[in-house]
Design a protein around this ligand. Structure first.
Ligand SMILES: CC(C)(COP(=O)(O)OP(=O)(O)OC[C@H]1O[C@@H](n2cnc3c(N)ncnc32)[C@H](O)[C@@H]1OP(=O)(O)O)[C@@H](O)C(=O)NCCC(=O)NCCS
Length: 177
């Protein structure tokens, strides 16, 4: 769907029925510890169903990240309307499978995701909340043109609080990533 000329050739494919394996491959301790911990397969399947439903409802847009030779996908990125009742903001997220990291894939995919959101008419500020100790994800925010607002405690599940950075990308500012 979206090509970027800056960095690796990355394409975004809207999340679909065939992406359950992508979620299962991402369900590793190393990756999920950044987002609250490994899930049971039941929880992964429930998240898959939730992504599909929110996609249908237009409340969230998740994408499979595809690079040449890997149509099955090497990661995910997406954005959604925040589910904490704050209707004035979007939230974004991303992950890239370990063997494909360090090549600029996440940064290129996030730039393409921001371009998709802007082209879709989104004007709300898009926030991201990487843990303060997640150097790679904070690097993605910086590289993709987000602005650092400060630190924030985020409760990702009842009783599970992460110390995060609050980064924002102003989709309504008319700028491009
Ligand atoms: C975060 C993640 C998606 C980054 O993927 P990636 O494809 O390796 O990232 P990129 O290669 O596009 O790097 C983007 C920027 O971050 C920097 N970066 C990447 N990995 C880094 C690391 N381990 N330490 C410090 N900086 C790092 C890069 O140097 C680059 O910045 P630059 O262009 O200014 O040099 C990947 O590490 C991941 O999936 N981690 C686990 C899941 C996760 O943390 N998701 C985010 C939750 S908020």
């Amino acid at each position: 769907m979206t090509d970027t000329t800056d960095g690796p050739l990355v394409q975004l494919r809207p999340y679909s029925e065939s992406d359950l394996d992508l979620l299962r491959r991402a369900n590793t301790p190393e990756l999920m510890n950044q987002m609250g911990g490994v899930e049971t397969d039941e929880q992964v399947v429930a998240r898959h169903e939730r992504y599909l439903r929110l996609q249908r409802e237009g409340a969230a847009h998740q994408f499979r990240i595809v690079i040449p030779g890997h149509p099955e996908g090497v990661g995910m990125t997406g954005y959604w309307h925040r589910d904490d009742g704050d209707a004035r903001a979007l939230e974004g997220g991303w992950s890239v499978e370990a063997p494909y990291r360090g090549r600029g894939i996440a940064a290129a995919a996030v730039v393409a995701m921001l371009e998709f959101a802007a082209a879709a008419g989104e004007t709300l500020p898009l926030h991201a909340y990487p843990r303060v100790d997640n150097a790679a994800s904070n690097g993605v925010c910086r590289r993709a043109g987000f602005t650092l607002l400060g630190e924030l405690d985020v409760e990702i599940a009842p009783g599970v609080v992460l110390r995060t950075n609050d980064w924002v990308f102003e989709l309504g500012a008319g700028g491009s990533a």
